[in-house]
Design a protein around this ligand. Structure first.
Ligand code: KIV
Length: 286
């Protein structure tokens, strides 16, 4: 397993990592590019194309095959966050605070977020929720922790929402999510994810708030976009409506594994170029 030199190594260590204020200043400008990442090698590959890498709690489904994000622990997020920071040099790394690690109140959230920043080297945390989370966002931001908010479909609330359907279609839902977005913006979030909402709602929020909005199933008129990397690479058979597959990696892996298996069964691998033959040493070498 040979390591490809990181962008930082290639540049002689001159790459500066993007910061939360740098992302905040992109409001209304060039769209902000974000993808999720969970491992060091994937982070290395994505780093030069992205502005932010999100270590999402979607690690639950993507890496661990879990049915929802609820079982993810803070220790899991920290392990994956540290790997993504090691693999990247340029992108701002944002780590999700997992379910149960911040909802009790600002102080619990501070303890969890401080561990994330100290133990991973990431530059920001993300948490789900709107009006109710605004005091926590204000508390963290005032104490040196940049917070990305997440409104609309908030997967950690799957049990109260009753599923993963798109949101904002009902009048009360539309104004509730709009109020959430305004509240987290006022509280000091440096950016916010808007997930799976009516396009008109995403556009209204983007116009109303000061921080950049990052859409997923929202609108191309948000200030940036995010997708789960394995969805975008075509690793899964089924995807949400908002996913576009930019590659079909699942079928490529299937084809490579099929060829490998056939080659092994035919005893055609390894061949002499992949095996070690005894070298005859000359007298001078002996
Ligand atoms: O966990 C995650 O991957 C996310 C994105 C869907 C925004 O929160």
């Amino acid at each position: 397993m040979s390591r490809v030199p990181t962008e930082e190594a290639k540049s002689g260590g001159n790459i500066r990592r993007l910061t939360a204020p740098a992302i905040a200043s992109r409001k209304g400008g060039e769209p902000v590019v974000m993808l999720t990442a969970y491992t060091a090698r994937t982070a290395e590959l994505l780093d030069r194309h992205c502005d932010m890498l999100l270590v999402g709690d979607s690690v639950a489904q993507v890496i661990y095959g879990l049915p929802s994000t609820l079982p993810v622990s803070l220790d899991m997020m920290i392990a994956h966050g540290a790997a993504v920071v090691r693999g990247s040099a340029r992108s701002l790394v944002v780590v999700d605070l997992p379910f149960g690690s911040y909802e009790e109140g600002p102080e619990q959230a501070f303890r969890s977020a401080a561990r994330v920043l100290q133990e991973t080297g990431a530059g920001a945390v993300k948490l789900e929720g709107g009006v109710k989370m605004a005091p926590t966002i204000e508390y963290l931001t005032a104490r040196g922790i940049p917070v990305m908010a997440h409104v609309g479909l908030t997967p950690q609330a799957v049990n109260t929402l009753g599923g993963y359907r798109a949101r904002g279609g009902r009048n009360d839902e539309f104004s509730e999510i709009f109020d959430d977005a305004v509240a987290v913006d006022k509280a000091g979030a440096f950016s916010m994810v808007i997930e799976a909402v009516l396009e008109s709602l995403a556009v209204s929020i983007t116009h109303a708030v000061n921080c950049p909005t990052i859409g997923i199933g929202a609108s191309a008129r948000c200030d940036g976009q995010v997708l789960v990397v394995d969805d975008m690479l075509g690793m899964f058979e089924r995807n949400a409506k908002f996913v576009r597959r930019f590659e079909n990696l699942a079928s490529r892996i299937d084809a490579a594994a099929e060829t490998y298996a056939a080659t092994v069964r035919a005893r055609q691998f390894p061949d002499p170029s992949h095996t070690y033959a005894a070298r005859v040493r000359s007298r001078a070498e002996a």
